[in-house]
Write a protein that binds this ligand. Sequence first.
Ligand code: NIG
Ligand code: FE
Length: 423
Amino acid sequence: MSQTLLTNATLACIDGTAGYGLRENAALLVDAGRIAWIGSTRDCPVSTSSSTASSSATTAAGDVEVYDCGGKLVTPGLIDCHTHLVYGGDRADEFEMRLEGASYAEIAEGGGGIVSTVNATRAASVEQLFEQARPRVLQLMSEGLTTVEIKSGYGLDSEHEMKMLRVAAMIESELDLRVVKTFLGAHALPSEYAGRSDAYIDQVCNEMLPAAHAAGLVDAVDVFIESIAFSVEQGERVFAVAQELGLPVKAHVEQLSDLGGAVMAAQHGALSVDHIEYLQAKDVAHLATHNCVAVLLPGAFYVLREQQLPPLAALRDHNVAIALASDSNPGSSPLHSLLLTMNMACTLFRMTPAEALRGITLNGARALGLEHKIGSLEPGKLADLVVWDVDRPAMLSYRIGMNPCVAVMQAGNWRQPVQEVST
Ligand code: NIG
Ligand code: FE
């Protein structure tokens, strides 16, 4: 069956430039994996006479599958545009150390942090990494995730960075999910290069990135610019190579201090700058000028007990697109929920529920350069959508620890069996 018609839906289309793009009593027609039409249930372009009026029922009307939403909310499929979901081991011991007073930077400088995950990741096989990542990904998928970005960055040499990216590719092929693979070789300095960070960046630029790209494993390139990672100049060198290879770039910047990484990244046409708690309001105009998305990561803010808020007022004043992501990783954000990410963005950053939903849909798509394909309910886009057992979108940000997701459609196919099917 190539056509599906959703009727009696409350659609949060996330079209236009702000708000939910709410349509009550709406219908949406899916044809060959794409959204073909959106309108009122009254004006359905196909006959729905054989469908029942009961909630969440599917029926066949001719060769069109009809799904009666019974007033439930339908949103675009959720997009997590910044994760480090593939890794070996865990860092629960560092969580305990931080609670006893050690800082994230102190742990990193003492040989823990990212580097300790590197050891566990290098020791694991592709299959082991996949098995460890699978429950994390399934947890996110249970809340309507349809697209996820997954970074490398715990391998830190050609062999292990490519191994991580192969696991990301495997997640896409095995788990019915769209995956964007990002090369983050410049995430931390591996211990074998201690004191020789320029030599490591040479290795990233001359060998690691070109090899991963040649293997078809790279969709985008990220760098971590911070005192515990790499300088603005080193990040710029990686960007130059990425751009020679025709790859989009993005950056972890201004997470712990203001080094000027966001301005440099925006000037290089980066898709996004991520974290940015320490970005100064005066520099936000650069993001607007270069159409660069601000990706906020409330999970890392929360876990690290950060006090410095990202410059939200300036981002709004300059109409910078704000995306949200889980930053799911073993150190700063062991978070596997985009619903909780939305709640945290509202509570911690005072974002509105409408901004939060846009942050994990359309603006998440923008941060991945995919806004022409996904992120909103608009004719022509891929039919990635979620049906939620709530009557209005603020419920998604408001409740903590409830998952009202009842059905997920990915590119026109229902991912999980639709309940209450009647034939
Ligand atoms: O986005 N900031 C750098 N990278 C990750 C943390 C990774 C880790 O601690 O393992 C982040 O927060
Ligand atoms: Fe990150």
